[in-house]
Structure formats: structure tokens, C-alpha cells
Design a protein around this ligand. Structure first.
Ligand SMILES: CCCCCCC/C=C/C(=O)SCCNC(=O)CCNC(=O)[C@H](O)C(C)(C)COP(=O)(O)OP(=O)(O)OC[C@H]1O[C@@H](n2cnc3c(N)ncnc32)[C@H](O)[C@@H]1OP(=O)(O)O
Length: 325
């Protein structure tokens, strides 16, 4: 019989004191990243939240691929990087198979290659590298931007409620916002500088928001927190590249590749500051970079992604009943 491999990690003493009930646990660990083991180095993953594009969420595929890779390495190594290509759209109607190749095991580093497969064809190719913890006399990092704490900011849902209360809101925009509210995305977000609701001002391609997994994960296995961070890091990343173009509506937005480097331990169920920026767009593609900060200022992870950006010029305001352009 197939066994589940990841979500139910053991609790440390601080967690057991809290006696976390099953329904308070993050769906990311109880379901999304809890793969079914079919055979040695072969796993099956199912879906939770599917974006309105009806193609599988890239972060889910990366997170699941990393769970599969992490199952094949020892307990004393940590994931330090991953590099993925999204080669086909994922179909939400069927599960995804994850096939792990044990590329190399060295004294310090282990490399794994994972193929995510649907209908016999790869949808994602992922290389993940693991490293045993080693001391280093060289240590530096950038400084975390100074921002208000998450407790002082509105959640994504509260912001949507605020937008819904605007009297001149166009019916189509209202429908879109209500759909967003109904989405069961398993992560929480608190934007530091939410974009102007009417989106008529070009902005610098930079964002700052607090983010964490919804529900409890516990201290547990650091590798699982990296899998959750991989999921989280893809959610509102590529859209950073659209901020300078308020007169354009995205008709097709999809990540082509995604890379991450993990620097320090963190808990993905605690608030982290996600700092994203886009250094370049052109040729219907955009490049974004991101940094995930622990709230104590420690740099937890860095990310980079390129995506396809196909857009259409807006002729009227998408959000109000008035003409805009
Ligand atoms: C604030 C909250 C936001 C939450 C949203 C979360 C954001 C999440 C994003 C994601 O998760 S993206 C998911 C992960 N990434 C992917 O699924 C990408 C997977 N890769 C691919 O699908 C393909 O590699 C590709 C990028 C589509 C490859 O493109 P290619 O052009 O080589 O493939 P085709 O099969 O030929 O075409 C696909 C599609 O695109 C149309 N098309 C192709 N070229 C052009 C063009 N020059 N101009 C316009 N359209 C083009 C083509 O006609 C096909 O369209 P359909 O027939 O499918 O309609």
C-alpha cells in the first residue's frame, strides 16, 4: 500500500505543549506537500488550490518536487538551492508523479534531479542540491528593509473588503474581487504598500509584503519549511514586473523557471518579509528577484524567476465605471 511521506512531521516539545489539533495544522503539510510514496524515488502529489488560469500553480509543483528530492537524502543535510524549468502547463484534472534521480552523493553535497510528470511527459524539471551544515568565517548579508510589523497591516482579505466598499466599483471588478475572496489559498499575505486600487499610476517594479503559511506547521524538519517557502515564493512574484504598466492587462502570465537559495533556518508558518523586484522586462518576458527575510532581520532565502508576460492595452478602466485611457 502507498504511504504518505512528508506532512506529518514530528512535533518538538514547544509544539506538543500547544497540543495543536489537526484542523489548525497547515493544509500545506497535511495535504499539499504530503506526497504518496508509490515506489522507491517515485511519488504522487495531488492539488489543493488551483489558480483561475486552470493550470497548476507553479509553487505547488516546485514544493512537491522538493519534498520528493528531500526524501532521498540523509537527515543531516539541508537543501541549499534548487533550479527548476516549467516545461509544460500542469493539468489540475490529474495528479502529478514525481520521479527522483539520485544524481550524486559527495562528502558535503548531494544533488537530486526530479521530473514532475503528467500524461507520461515532464511538466517540471527540478535540480535540488543539499549541503551538510558547515561553519564559515565568511558571513555577510544585506540589511532587511525597515517596514511596519505585520500586526499593523491589513491582510489581503481585509484589503479586498475595503476595495469592495468603493462606490464606483465596476461590476466586473467586483466579481473578480469576490472570486479572489473565495479562493482557498493556503498562505496569508500582508502588503506593506498595497498598490493604488485604481492602478492608474506607474509604479517602480518593487514590492514588500509579509507572508506565511496559513495554519500551524511547528518547528519540525527544516527541509519541510523550505518546501513550504518554495510554494509561498511563487505566489505573488512575477506580477512585480507588471507594476510599471498600469495601462496594460496581462492576458498570459506564466513562470518559465524558478530558482531558490536557502541561507538560514526559518519557520514558514511565521511571518517573513518578501521583498521582490524586477530588474528587466522585454521580449514578452520578465525577470524577477526576491528575498525572504525572517522578521528578526536574518536573510532566510533568495529567489529568481523568469516568466512569460503577454499583455493587452486597456482601453477603459478595469475597475471603475469611468473611461480611463
Ligand atoms: C496576486 C495573486 C496572483 C496569483 C497567481 C499566481 C501566479 C502563478 C503563476 C503560475 O503558477 S504559472 C504556472 C507555472 N508555469 C507554467 O505552467 C508554464 C509551463 N510552461 C508552458 O506552458 C510552456 O512552456 C510555454 C511557456 C507556454 C511554452 O510556450 P510555447 O509558445 O513554446 O508553447 P506553445 O504550446 O506553442 O504555446 C502555448 C500557448 O501560447 C500561445 N502562444 C505561443 N506563442 C505565442 C505568441 N508569440 N504570441 C501569442 N501567443 C502565443 C499558443 O498559441 C498557445 O496558446 P493556446 O493554444 O494554449 O491558447
Amino acid at each position: 500500500m502507498a504511504e504518505k511521506v512528508s506532512g506529518e512531521m514530528s512535533e518538538d516539545s514547544s509544539d506538543s505543549a500547544a497540543a495543536v489539533s489537526q484542523d489548525l495544522r497547515s493544509v500545506l503539510v497535511t495535504s499539499v506537500l504530503n506526497l504518496e510514496k508509490l515506489d522507491k524515488d517515485l511519488y504522487r502529489g495531488t492539488h489543493h488550490w488551483v489558480p483561475r488560469t486552470r493550470r497548476l500553480f507553479g509553487g505547488q509543483i516546485i514544493g512537491q518536487a522538493l519534498v520528493a528530492a528531500a526524501e532521498s537524502v540523509g537527515e543531516n543535510v539541508l537543501v541549499h538551492s534548487l533550479h527548476c524549468y516549467f516545461v509544460r502547463a500542469g493539468d489540475p484534472k490529474v495528479p502529478v508523479l514525481y520521479q527522483v534521480e539520485r544524481t550524486r552523493d559527495g562528502r558535503s553535497f548531494s544533488v537530486r534531479s526530479v521530473k514532475a510528470i503528467q500524461y507520461g511527459q515532464p511538466i517540471l524539471i527540478c535540480q535540488a542540491s543539499f549541503h551538510s551544515n558547515q561553519p564559515s568565517p565568511l558571513q555577510h548579508q544585506f540589511t532587511m528593509p525597515s517596514v511596519p510589523p505585520p500586526e499593523d497591516l491589513l491582510t489581503g482579505e481585509e484589503l479586498i473588503q475595503l476595495y469592495l466598499s468603493k462606490p464606483d466599483l465596476a461590476e466586473k471588478a467586483k466579481q473578480g474581487l469576490n472570486k479572489l475572496l473565495a479562493d482557498e489559498v493556503p498562505i496569508e499575505i500582508k502588503p506593506v504598500n498595497p498598490p493604488d486600487f485604481y492602478r492608474c499610476v506607474a509604479m517602480e517594479p518593487k514590492k514588500l509584503y509579509w507572508v506565511r503559511a496559513k495554519g500551524h506547521i511547528g518547528k519540525g524538519d527544516m527541509k519541510l519549511h523550505c518546501c513550504v517557502a518554495a510554494y509561498v515564493s511563487d505566489y505573488s512574484f512575477l506580477d512585480t514586473a507588471l507594476l510599471p504598466y498600469p495601462g496594460q492587462r496581462a492576458t498570459f502570465l506564466a513562470s518559465l523557471d524558478h530558482a531558490m537559495w536557502f541561507h538560514n533556518t526559518f519557520r514558514a508558518d511565521e511571518w517573513m518579509l518578501y521583498e521582490t523586484e524586477s530588474s528587466w522586462t522585454g521580449g514578452s518576458r520578465g525577470l524577477v528577484q526576491g528575498r525572504l527575510w525572517r522578521r528578526d532581520g536574518v536573510l532566510a532565502a533568495s529567489c529568481a524567476q523568469e516568466g512569460v508576460l503577454r499583455v493587452k492595452a486597456l482601453t477603459t478602466s478595469a475597475v471603475t465605471n469611468e473611461s480611463k485611457l
